[in-house]
Design a protein around this ligand. Structure first.
Ligand SMILES: C[S@@+](CC[C@H](N)C(=O)[O-])C[C@H]1O[C@@H](n2cnc3c(N)ncnc32)[C@H](O)[C@@H]1O
Length: 277
């Protein structure tokens, strides 16, 4: 038996850890199966030679890179097209349709989305596909997806738009046919019609936003890397980049800081979708 397993009180320890993740890191672990979180926690505790959860929390507080190791062990850093499909379905049916209706009534042509912390590009390309699908017969619209990340290497991979089978597993066969080309190396290449509307830029979320008047900002699985104060800073930057009535999508695993409700109306609690007041 490994040391971590000897003194680890499963339920008590897990609850303590879930509270820590929620309060200190803005990560809602309740969306995962508890056995899954428990296994990952035990592995990381054992690796760090922490006998009790409180010891592991001490390690996390004093050695920030270990939080990244824990997130990696949950595969939070691995993205994919239509990640959490239900979030996209909700957004498509409720928010995007409302955005288009409102633009049509005001005769506005631009639709601007921002994927903040876009990683290797799966999220912004998904948004671009969603826009192309919903605007099919409305050629007067000009859709644009701005995609930023602090990681230069991730951005250069993203610009290439080449993805392994696993990244497109949630993409329906009709969308695959319309927006991707299968390469001779068994990868999927994003078509130019999609690439054309995505603009990649290097940007650190702690810096002033590069854009304003955004109709929607997706910032999923990013805030959990920051401590409370920095997370608040980032959210206020995003708030300033949105137009009034624009949407903020934080996704399933983020927790919602209380101050947010001063600036946003809650549209969907579970997917953490908000609208700027
Ligand atoms: C887990 S990925 C999220 C990808 C995508 N949003 C998703 O949900 O699938 C987190 C991304 O946040 C980026 N990131 C972390 N800190 C950042 C910062 N301060 N500014 C900009 N991007 C940051 C990382 O480089 C990484 O690509």
């Amino acid at each position: 038996m490994r040391p971590a397993e000897m003194v680890y009180n499963k339920e008590k320890g897990l609850d303590e850890f879930i509270d820590f993740a929620r309060e200190e890191k803005g990560l809602d672990l309740s969306v995962y199966r508890s056995t899954f979180v428990n296994r990952r926690l035990l592995v990381r505790m054992s690796y760090c030679k922490a006998d009790a959860v409180s010891d592991y929390i001490y390690v996390l507080k004093n050695n920030p890179p270990e939080w990244d190791n824990f997130l990696r062990s949950l595969s939070i850093n691995v993205s994919e097209f239509f990640r959490d499909k239900d979030v996209f379905n909700f957004f498509y049916n409720n928010c995007l349709k409302e955005i288009i209706r409102s633009k049509e009534s005001k005769n506005h042509r631009m639709i601007n989305f921002w994927s903040a912390g876009c990683s290797y590009g799966e999220e912004p390309y998904t948004l671009a596909i969603m826009l192309l699908e919903s605007l099919k017969e409305r050629s007067k619209f000009i859709p644009r997806v701005l995609a930023t990340d602090a990681d230069t290497q991730a951005l250069s991979v993203a610009k290439e738009g080449m993805f392994k089978e696993g990244a497109v597993k949630n993409v329906s066969s009709s969308l695959l046919r319309r927006y991707f080309t299968r390469t001779s190396f068994g990868k999927w290449s994003v078509n130019d019609s999609v690439k054309r509307i995505v603009l990649f830029k290097k940007h650190n979320l702690f810096d002033k936003p590069l854009f304003n008047y955004m109709d929607a900002v997706f910032c999923r699985n990013v805030r959990i890397y920051f401590d409370k104060k920095k997370a608040q800073h980032v959210l206020m930057h995003i708030h300033s980049s949105l137009r009034k009535g624009g949407y903020l999508v934080l996704g399933k695993v983020e927790t919602v800081p209380v101050f947010l409700e001063k600036y946003f109306v809650v549209i969907e609690k579970c997917y953490k979708i908000f609208q700027k007041k």
